[in-house]
Design a protein around this ligand. Sequence first.
Ligand code: AMP
Ligand code: FE
Ligand code: FE
Ligand code: ZN
Length: 299
Amino acid sequence: MEKKEGPEDLIGPREGWDLHCHTVFSDGRATPARLIDEARTLPGLHGVAITDHDSTAGWKDAVQAARTAGVPLIRGAEITADWKGRTSVHLLAWLFDPAEKTLADLFARTRDARVERTRRMVEAISRDYPITWDDVLAQTGKAGLTTIGRPHIADALVAAGVVRTRSQAFDTIISGSSKYYLPVRSPDALEVVNAVRAAGGVVGLAHAASPTRNRYLLTDDDIALFASHGLAALEVWHRENPPAGRRRLLMLARRLGLLVTGGSDWHGAGGKPNRLGENLTADDVVAEIEKRGAIPIVG
Ligand code: AMP
Ligand code: FE
Ligand code: FE
Ligand code: ZN
């Protein structure tokens, strides 16, 4: 029988897992230990995924904290990809083998490209505002290990008193339409899907209906093409997906047989207003992700 779509489908489950969280190993402001500690205290939150941008460097600390606290943990990442030079696509990858060389090399290339691009942006910004590259590096939580990005420029601008908050920087000096903006040179989305699949991981498409971050919204055909290469899930419940977009993604997931997930995109206090566990993924979906993944859930 066809399931009737109710309003609850646009909100997502009340209990379950938060499959999209960042730490100081990318642009989050909290350590993995802090992520686990906050997760432990939240009722209805059954577990979390650590999904730093283009890196697995935070996994070790997260595993240790998760074991100690008894909080179930999915090891993952959020991968920066390009689609036809039209838009940047964020792919969530869970439970892949971190030692698999193709994927590990891909992460390293993107991190190098991020350093290069962020440095060039800072060079241009520093002609007009009192910040240096060293000021930006000083904002990374794990020197040398943190995946760098615009949020760290934002933090340096805040520290210099140029803007008050990260969001104010994103609305002005470092916005996608600012004269200082440069895109990150990143691998094609299909290449990323294939690489994660080759590493035994499960791939989801992050916040695909977000109008604020995408100049070009992925079409149903684009997403169907990703699915034919092994995309397994759509992140429907994310604060940046508007109701109409959620409805479209839900229909598409049903048509293509994709899993549906929710995530907060938590970046810690001062990182983003997103609250840990504000969007969740159902336990049975997580069980399916674990069944398909190459490594187990911790705890
Ligand atoms: P980048 O990948 O270097 O272009 O920077 C984009 C990242 O900045 C995204 O992954 C978001 O996590 C973060 N971001 C975007 N908008 C904001 C905002 N208004 N406040 C804080 N972080 C943001
Ligand atoms: Fe981020
Ligand atoms: Fe993202
Ligand atoms: Zn994210």
